[in-house]
Structures are given as structure tokens and as C-alpha cells.
Design a protein around this ligand. Sequence first.
Ligand code: NDP
Length: 240
Amino acid sequence: MPRIAVVTGGTRGIGAAISEELHRAGYIVAPTYHGNDAVAKAFTAKTGAPHFKFDVGDFAACKDGLALIEAELGPVDILVNNAGITRDSFLHKMTPEQWGDVIHTNLNSVFNMSRLVIEGMRARGFGRIVSISSINGQAGQARQTNYSAAKAAIIGFTKALALESASKGITVNAIAPGYIDTDMVRAVPQEVLDKIIAKIPTRRLGKPEEIAHMVKFLISDEAAFANGATFTLNGGQYMA
Ligand code: NDP
């Protein structure tokens, strides 16, 4: 039986590359998204994989969304916590909304989704959870106290849940990408981006597919000994 993988934010950017990679590898993939219906429809038309719309920061919405996924596809074996946003500002100008939106989407989502799948994984004796952190959670980034805090918290969450879950056949890992060529990074002004690229030893942005390959490895049976780790994929920009 093919394993079932939920990829949050799985219709666009890094998440779409992960969904496509896993779909091609024979997994049954359930990509989720929040607002961009046109992109989600285009993704399904291109890949044949379905899409599921709900807010990953809202526990009740996640519960309903996962119930629908499990009713349509079956129990979730693999969870990729990928959905994320930025709301950049210096702390001395940051609003509670900017802080709250990022914690809601980038961190509460990881609790919501992991909490809702972990009991089934424990009962069945198998599970893989991979969460997408960030170089900015490792190194810090000005104008991103909200984002850096959420992404650093994912690393601690990953270690704690890995300790709790290892005896049940579940591994929990994180990936900390550097700057990857997606809408999120294309929103950065070009002159700022040029300065960032100049600091990357490989002198280029990463590709979404490069993150997807690591996810495919981490959810495989061969990766059963990788647990509680954060895998840094950033072209050598920050050597954690
Ligand atoms: P994109 O902005 O390209 O895509 C974000 C995805 O998340 C979209 O599918 C979006 O759905 C979904 N999403 C946003 N908010 C919610 C929500 N509340 N509920 C459900 N889904 C939501 O992002 P990237 O592909 O660039 O980033 C993916 C992940 O990788 C993020 O966690 C990001 O922080 C992290 N990351 C990215 C880096 C980069 O350089 N790009 C570097 C390091 C980490 P919709 O299409 O409906 O808006």
C-alpha cells in the first residue's frame, strides 16, 4: 500500500516541489493550501494530485481538514509541515498582528497538524514528520524577530517530539533551507536579493527541488536512524 503524505502549503513554492516529488515517487499526496485557489487548481491539473483548503494555524480547521483527507485517502503516515508566511518589520515597528500572524501560520500550525496525526502514527507504529524551519531561525535575521522565533521554535519542537516518538517507529526531523527561489524570496527587493546572493558561497539561490529531495530521503525507510535532527541546506551560507 502506498503511504499517505500530507504537505501543508503544498501547492506552491517549496511545498509544490515536495508534493510533486513525493507524487512521482509513488506516495499518495495530500497538498494543502489556504487562499490561492487558482494556483491550487493549476497544481492539480498539472500533477493529478488533489488539494485541500484550510488554515493550518486554526486547530479546528486542521481537524476538519485532516478528517476529510483521511476519509478520502486513508490514515496519514507522513506529515510535512511546510506552510509559512513572512510579515517583516523591525521589532520597534512590529504590530501585534504581524507577530501573531507569523506565530499562527508558521508555529501553531506545526503543533496543530502534528498533534492531530501523532496519535494515529503511534497506534500504527510508523510515522514521519518533517518540518521546514529556516536559516533565519538558526542565524537570526533583522526585521524577522517573529519569523526567526517561529523557525527556531520548530527546531526545539522537533527534538522534543523526536524523543517522545522514537520508540513508536516515528521519526521527527527539520530542514533549515537557505534562500530558495520561490514567491516568498521573489518578494524581496532585487538590490537586497543581490546582496544576499553575494554572501552565498554557491552564488545562487537554492531550488525548491533541492529541498524536496531531502524530504524524500527523510521520509524513506532508509532514513529511520535520522531523528531529531535539523538538516541545513543553504549553499554554505550559514554552517550550523
Ligand atoms: P510560498 O510563499 O511560495 O508558499 C507558501 C505556501 O504556504 C502556499 O502554499 C500557501 O498557500 C501556504 N500557506 C500560507 N499560509 C497558510 C495557512 N494559514 N494555511 C495553510 N497554508 C498556508 O513559500 P515558500 O515555498 O517560499 O516557503 C515554504 C516554507 O519554507 C515556509 O515555511 C517558509 O518559511 C520556508 N522557507 C522558505 C525559504 C525561501 O527562501 N523560500 C527559506 C527558508 C524557509 P496559498 O498558496 O493558498 O497562499
